[in-house]
Design a protein around this ligand. Structure first.
Ligand code: NAP
Length: 270
């Protein structure tokens, strides 16, 4: 820690019963470092019953292992590029739970070679994959989840400042995040009449599997900690607790919002 950085205050661990009886599906847990896992823990501590998905057998064991700490979770496979798998997940949730109150979308992917070098080198196929997995999937999941949200609901996705500003090497993922953030607004416009809220958390850089795929990520971490008003980086638990707020009645008047959890980095001009 440099002399400019200050210690992060300890979080108060009381999550109360804000989500007692609520059922929330979380997409995007790959391992214990995943932001989706920190979100799952915050939601679970607040009383939510959790559905976890995993992309394939590569991740299944890790997800099932983590899920042992949860209270009666439902665990299902889902590759979000496959419409039939999305359909199956939500029909199983309907069968097991009847209704759904929340959806967490914490999924992104771009080919490694697209996350380094010149943005102008982005390939047609690289663009298609990044936008399909990282942005279109929110629309597909929201459409499938909405009919189960009979009592209203909350949909939360994860974005990054690279969707608003140029961040070296973030490249096509920045374009995908811009599409994702705009989709949040259109979905909020669409689903508001059903009392379904749609918001995004724009998280500061956090070391995860996906983040390690971005060239120069360590420099990004250092730069953020040096420049952010709070003089530090955020951790996944802080993002988890913000997701808890967005899934709870505390945020009942908030929709179509991009909420920054980045120690304030996004306000800094120089
Ligand atoms: P992560 O743990 O690697 O999570 C990314 C997840 O996306 C993984 O579970 C991955 O599964 C899943 N995924 C990729 N393709 C998929 C597909 N076709 N179907 C289903 N799941 C798929 O990394 P993370 O950093 O927590 O990322 C979560 C979200 O936070 C992403 O949207 C990311 O852009 C966003 N975010 C991250 C940061 C950061 O600094 N870490 C900052 C701001 C926003 P597999 O790994 O099993 O393939």
């Amino acid at each position: 820690m440099t002399s400019l950085q200050i210690e992060k205050p300890l979080a108060s661990a009381d999550h109360g019963h804000l989500l007692k009886g609520k059922k929330i599906a979380v997409f995007g847990v790959a391992n214990k470092w995943s932001i989706a896992w920190a979100i799952t823990q915050s939601l679970s501590k607040a009383g939510a019953q959790i559905v976890l998905t995993y992309i394939d057998e590569r991740t299944e064991e890790k997800v099932r292992d983590l899920a042992k700490t949860l209270h009666h979770p439902l665990i299902l496979p889902c590759d979000v590029t496959q419409d039939d798998q999305i359909e199956t997940v939500f029909s199983k949730i309907k069968h097991e739970f009847g209704t759904l109150d929340g959806l967490i979308h914490a999924i992104a992917f771009a080919r490694k070679e697209e996350l380094e070098g010149h943005f102008s080198s982005t390939t047609r196929e690289g663009f298609r994959i990044a936008l399909d997995v990282s942005a279109y999937s929110l629309i597909a999941l929201a459409r499938a989840a909405a009919p189960l949200m009979e009592n209203g609901g909350s949909i939360v996705t994860l974005t990054y400042l690279g969707g608003k500003r140029v961040i070296p090497n973030y490249n096509v993922m920045g374009v995908a995040k811009a599409a994702l953030e705009c989709s949040v607004k259109y979905l909020a416009g669409d689903l508001g009449e059903k009392n379904i809220r749609v918001n995004a958390i724009s998280a500061g850089p956090i070391t995860t599997l996906a983040a390690r795929g971005i060239s120069g990520f360590q420099q990004l971490l250092k730069h953020n900690a040096d420049r952010a008003p709070l003089r530090r980086n955020v951790d996944a638990e802080e993002v988890g607790d913000t997701a808890l707020y967005l899934c709870s009645p505390l945020s009942r008047g908030v929709t179509g919002e991009i909420l920054y959890v980045d120690a304030g980095y996004h306000i800094v001009g120089m």
